[in-house]
Design a protein around this ligand. Structure first.
Ligand code: IPM
Ligand code: MG
Length: 370
């Protein structure tokens, strides 16, 4: 039973690490409306990343021309978050790149490639943890169907926090799921605050608390506690399986407004929701914490498009939606609104191949509309 002792020692170490993490969870929130200068880190990423990011930066420079000239906004290019450099350093986010990133307030990030196999963690998962980006915020809207959903996915705990630290034993494997009071409180608070500030009347808590009794049970109980502070908002609770069905049930799905849910369920259901909207390439995504925030396209780096020489035809719409979310986050509401309206009105069609416009042609037309 030597393996049993090893496993218990491993488990003890994990518990100790998590107890330590608990102590770091209550940091004050940065107030962007009171800041004299905001630094936006520009991270290109891999594959089509540099191509769509070039367009995103053009838009940013036009929208924030005055703020950049006045030094209210600083655009800072961060080099080295490339697959080549990450493999060479054998680090998902090389130390010096992370240090540069931490000098910024917010990041606009192109997609990064995660190598298949090996042990290298995804750059995204590393950045979410290192910058404590606990809220993954993903809007999905289909106005003609009356659908206007906002997902608040917990982004640093649940099945992800120890996802690469499970235990392999003879004939069995064990993974761990961790839910903390403080971690749940802050994501629940973020969801209810969003609802309150945006005139939403309903928040749906999604768990599998009938089965995951301790972790999801805690998530559910704490969400109820927070909900009691918002009597004007109706809070309801659903299990993830039936909610997955609800999203394809056309007779009820447009009644849902805001969702709050643990990490893995949020990962799965936001892909479903984005697909209902028109594909995972159509949704923007924000990773928010109290100190930092990172905005990105929901899609990947599309290495196949690069191999086929089609990189120029990549669609910048998803990263531009994320850019609008970034502007809102740093309290540049007017610029955010102008970009959102232009994105809705832009008639140029990008198809991802030579039948459609290039990313640059799309952006030319968008800039005309700003
Ligand atoms: C997402 C992605 C990531 C996740 C991957 C790339 C690690 O699927 O942002 O939803 O699982 O969170
Ligand atoms: Mg996902």
């Amino acid at each position: 039973m030597e393996y049993m002792e090893k496993a218990l020692a491993h488990f003890q170490k994990l518990l100790e690490e998590q107890a330590k993490r608990l102590e770091t969870l209550n940091k004050p929130r940065k107030d962007f409306s009171a800041m004299e200068s905001v630094t936006i880190g520009i991270v290109d990423g891999d594959g089509i990343g540099p191509i769509i990011m070039e367009q995103a930066v053009r838009v940013l420079k036009q929208l924030l021309k005055k703020e950049i000239a006045d030094g209210k906004v600083v655009l800072k290019r961060i080099e080295g978050l490339t697959i080549e450099n990450r493999l060479a350093k054998n680090q998902p986010v090389p130390t010096e790149v992370l240090a540069e990133i931490k000098t910024c307030d917010v990041l606009l990030k192109g997609p990064t490639t995660t190598p298949n196999g090996g042990t290298m963690e995804s750059a995204n998962v590393t950045l979410r943890r290192e910058l404590d980006l606990y809220a993954n915020v993903r809007p999905v809207s289909i106005p003609e169907q009356g659908i206007d959903w906002m997902f608040y996915r917990e982004n640093t705990e649940g099945e992800y926090v120890l996802g690469s630290k499970g235990i392999d034993l003879p004939g069995m494997a064990v993974d761990f799921k961790v839910t903390t009071d403080a971690g749940t409180r802050r994501i629940a608070r973020a969801a209810f605050e969003y609802a309150k500030q945006n005139g939403k009347t309903r928040v749906s808590v999604v768990t599998k608390a009938n089965i995951m009794k301790k972790t999801d049970g805690k998530f559910s109980a704490i969400c109820k506690e927070i909900a009691a502070e918002y009597p004007e908002i109706t809070a309801d609770e659903w299990y993830i399986d039936i909610m997955t069905a609800n999203l394809v049930n056309e007779s009820i799905r447009n009644q849902f407004q805001v969702f709050v849910l643990p990490n893995l369920y949020g990962d799965i259901i936001t892909d479903e929701a984005a697909q209902i909207q028109g594909g995972v390439g159509t949704a923007g995504s924000a990773n928010m914490g109290d100190q930092y925030a990172m905005f990105e396209a929901i899609h990947g780096s599309a290495p196949r498009m690069i191999e086929e020489g089609l990189g120029a035809y990549a669609n910048p719409a998803s990263i531009l939606k994320a850019e609008a979310m970034l502007l809102r986050h740093i309290c540049m509401f007017d610029a955010a609104q102008r970009l959102e309206t232009a994105l809705e009105d832009c008639a140029v069609v990008v198809t991802g191949d030579k039948n459609g416009a290039t990313a640059a042609q799309y952006t030319d037309a968008l800039l005309e509309l700003l």
